[in-house]
Design a protein around this ligand. Structure first.
Ligand code: ZN
Length: 187
């Protein structure tokens, strides 16, 4: 997974609220040094045809329809997901993925990660449209790279996107999307 992509540890603290640790994307316009912020999408899932949920991963993008920076779906390829499963399944490679102090991870957690990648492969096989803006559903988006100057897709000059952590409590529940990334229900 790319650093800064998607996001969030969700912890249910009571029936009314959810504590979230989310990404805060800092967008610096290099010429003017002006800084903008975009809060990473959190608590979003796909509702799969079998009725189960798959956590949606997202990243910062420029949306031409919204004419602003927005969160957009991040869609790993099946090949990438399969290679991640291979790495997680090999103890030596897995240790490289999670060096100290991150690792070693509990085998139960690794098994859950593998299961999630498998589920993600199932979703990628039925998904036909390109990634969408999570705000308006448009596919007319440009994903933004982290920590490297890139031309502003909707303006002039270069921008730099950096991911920081933010935290908070939200009364919102799960926001659900179809496997094609169309909003079903806002949390
Ligand atoms: Zn949009």
């Amino acid at each position: 997974m790319m650093s800064g992509e998607s996001s969030f540890l969700t912890m249910h603290i009571d029936q009314a609220g959810v504590a979230l640790l989310f990404y805060l994307y800092k967008i610096t316009r290099l010429a003017s040094k002006k800084v903008g912020y975009l809060i990473g999408a959190a608590g979003c899932s796909y509702l799969l045809p079998d009725g189960t949920y798959l956590r949606l991963h997202s990243g910062p993008a420029w949306c031409r329809q919204c004419r602003r920076f927005a969160n957009a779906e991040s869609m790993p390829t099946v090949e990438h997901l399969e290679s991640t499963i291979a790495q997680l399944s090999d103890p030596v490679e897995c240790a490289k993925l999670f060096p100290a102090p991150l690792g070693p991870y509990d085998p139960v957690i690794i098994a859950e990660m593998i299961e999630r990648q498998r589920k993600c492969i199932e979703w990628r096989r039925i998904r036909s449209s390109p990634p969408r803006c999570l705000r308006c559903g448009s596919t007319d988006i440009t994903p933004l790279p982290f920590d490297q100057p890139t031309p502003h897709p909707g303006g002039h000059g270069d921008i730099l996107v950096h991911a920081d952590f933010g935290g908070g409590i939200t009364p919102r529940g799960e926001t659900l999307y179809t496997p094609e990334g169309i909003l079903i229900m806002e949390g």
